[in-house]
Design a protein. Structure first.
Length: 375
């Protein structure tokens, strides 16, 4: 009975899971679905994971943990960048937008952790959460591209960076990235639909692709613009930055401390991105080769795909940690924010406090203020 049920079970999921396994917007967490089927269904040697496999069970708890930590950490980063009285630098504008994209992304992940086989929410929520997750994952990558270009211009072309590196242009660049992410997420919003399986009494939030050509074209487009193009730009800028820093050190040239600190932080963030996301995209490319019949379907790739997906989402938690551990300027601003909020809390609770000129000056950009009593 079990073997017959299992055969019917996989047949019922054949069309849906083949699409979900190969979603053309690779940053959507389709791999959270508890069964992964290979796109090449003619391969009879393809082994499927059991729906109750440990990797899927633990994956849901892992995604929930990532969501909670990501919301807390990225909210803290946004507070430091947004509530500080000093104007943000160009690099900080990009990093604050990156934190915003990560924040929205992790806010939507709990819906997918709860998904499993059955989508318990409305079709509108299916469309919105899928599109938002992809949009923000896409934007995160291109905010890092902007960050790497900014460091490249500042260090490799220092004579021209004053004209180009202005907060106004940085904000325009961020606005362009958000708009580009919205455009790339529109097909997700349009083609994501709820599909009810009457035999299993389950509702799927799936992408409704009709023709194999759609799958192949969309996969090539996504891998190109979500992985190959940004990684090439990031690697080019990073190599040039490192070469310039080494050249200056060999020539015993002084590097401004602010530039050096910002560059160290950004290189750490870029390295974290490559470590977290490259395995995911590599397995995605292998998955495309597998689904088109070039590679044989193997359970090892299925398992690695799941793990690489979970690891990629960890990047949204890792970035705020790097800001605190590596970013010296961020550490200073965080301390000033904490000091300011502490003073506000004491004022509200005790209604009487001698305000520290040092704390007030540091928060308001170093403006001198006389000591005074707050009653």
């Amino acid at each position: 009975f079990f073997s017959t049920w299992r055969t019917d079970y996989f047949l019922a999921y054949n069309n849906v899971l083949s699409v979900l396994c190969s979603l053309f917007f690779c940053s959507i967490p389709v791999n959270l679905i508890p069964v992964t089927m290979c796109g090449n269904q003619n391969n009879t040697n393809c082994t499927n994971l059991e729906p109750n496999s440990l990797i899927f069970t633990l994956g849901s708890y892992y995604i929930l943990a990532i969501s909670v930590l990501g919301i807390i950490f990225n909210a803290f980063v946004l507070m430091v960048f947004c509530f500080h009285k000093k104007a943000c630098t160009v690099a900080e504008i990009y990093l604050s937008n990156l934190a915003g994209a990560d924040f929205v992304l992790v806010c939507c992940l709990p819906f997918w952790a709860d998904y499993g086989f059955d989508w318990p929410f409305s079709e509108s929520l299916c469309k919105v959460t899928s599109a938002v997750i992809y949009m923000n994952a896409f934007c995160s990558i291109y905010f890092l591209v902007l960050v790497s270009i900014d460091r490249y211009v500042a260090l490799v072309h220092p004579l021209s960076h004053e004209r180009i590196r202005r907060p106004f242009y940085a904000k325009l660049g961020c606005l362009f990235v958000w708009g580009l992410g919205l455009v790339f997420a529109l097909p997700i919003f349009i083609y994501r639909k709820l599909k009810f399986n009457s035999r299993l009494n389950l509702t799927h939030c799936s992408l409704n692709l009709t023709f194999p050509e759609q799958y192949l074209a969309s996969e090539v487009t996504t891998i190109t613009f979500s992985f190959i193009v940004p990684v090439i730009i990031i690697l080019f800028c990073t190599v040039k930055i490192i070469q310039t820093l080494r050249k200056r050190l060999m020539e015993v040239l002084n590097i401004q401390k602010t530039d050096q600190k910002a560059t160290t932080l950004i290189l750490a963030v870029l390295l974290a991105f490559l470590i977290c996301w490259v395995p995911f995209h590599v397995t995605k490319i292998l998955d495309v080769l597998q689904n088109t019949g070039i590679l044989k379907c193997h359970i090892t790739l299925t398992i690695v795909q799941q793990i690489s997906t979970y690891f990629a989402f960890f990047n949204s938690v890792l970035n705020p940690i790097l800001y605190v551990l590596v970013g010296k300027t961020f550490q200073k601003r965080a301390k000033e924010l904490f000091m300011f909020l502490t003073l506000l809390g004491v004022v509200k609770s005790e209604r009487s406090l001698t305000v520290s000129p040092h704390a007030e000056d540091s928060w308001h950009g170093g403006k001198a203020k006389d000591n005074k009593q707050v009653v």
